[in-house]
Write a protein that binds this ligand. Sequence first.
Ligand SMILES: [Zn+2]
Length: 372
Amino acid sequence: MSNLAAPRMTLVPPAFIGSEIYRLEVFAPPHPLAMPRAMLVRDLCAALGWLAERQYFEAAMATDAELCAFHDADYIAALHRAEHDSALPPAVAARTRIGLDGNVIHKAVFRRPAISVGGALLAAGMLAGGVPVYAPGVGNHHGRRAQASGFCFVNDIALAIIRLRALGIKRIAYVDLDAHHGDGVETAFADDPDVLTLSVHESGRWPRSGGQSDPARAIYNFPVPPGFNDSEMNFLLAHAISPLVRNFQPEALLILPGADALADDSMSRLMLSNNAIWDAVRLLRSLAPRVAVFGGGGYNPFALARCWAGIFGILNGFPLPDTLPYAAQALLRDLVYHRHGNRALPGHWVQTLRDPPNPGGLRDEVLAMEVS
Ligand SMILES: [Zn+2]
């Protein structure tokens, strides 16, 4: 044996999973999802010169059988019916919440969620094979077995975890940084001690669950106060999230970097800059041999696109530029953001990826979340 025979660490480039279906305008203003999301991230990555053709994968639609690995067959039938008829009988809507609570029935209300699941299953397969995955269209963390919830018609994350299990990946950690509690994923695996679910979310915000941890069931919740800043997120990462994930020794780690916890997103009162989310991804990815990053919430297209494109840069090991190239700035300038109206765009929304950092004091309720 010589040193030459020693195995070499090779950096496997991450796969970017998307779908052209996300370009379909299915939501109309004032619905918060009436904006480009996953494919805007793809386009921004391409404009940055970060997306080699061989790294991009188009998700296929999941079959009914694949969807029913988590969802009830009756519920999937209702989704099909909603897309076909553009409506549901009131009793079915009341039971499934499809068409209610902002879960609007649109022209692709079956196909689009089914393709998100297809992306999640593709992600699981690649991840099991050792390929890091970035799938910003995946991330319907509120979806229930037989109900739509919080704009989520399916739970693509739960289905990815179930598929990972089928592929022999036993211990899985899920870290949810979206401003809202990851209730759907937590509930799906609450009785499975080999799936750790961890959620950082704004205290008191919808769905108002996630107030407590349950370590015996590998459930961890960090309900953080409004105004949550970069320093507080870094503290939680170092003193709570990292030790918990490290001790769990996951074979795979799934990260949901919801962009609605950013200060520029008015959907929550959390005040993170994208630097904090990027620091989280950099740190977390070192804690498991297999890592996938999904998407989640995020309702300011400028904030979402820049934060999430930066994540893909980090997964590739690229330096993040101080100033965006012309093509990237042009892409952002062309965006329509209904909720912002005609007001002038802040410079950092179009000129750079990086938000101004938002450091701040560590408040007692955050300090108390340190794990011993
Ligand atoms: Zn959210």
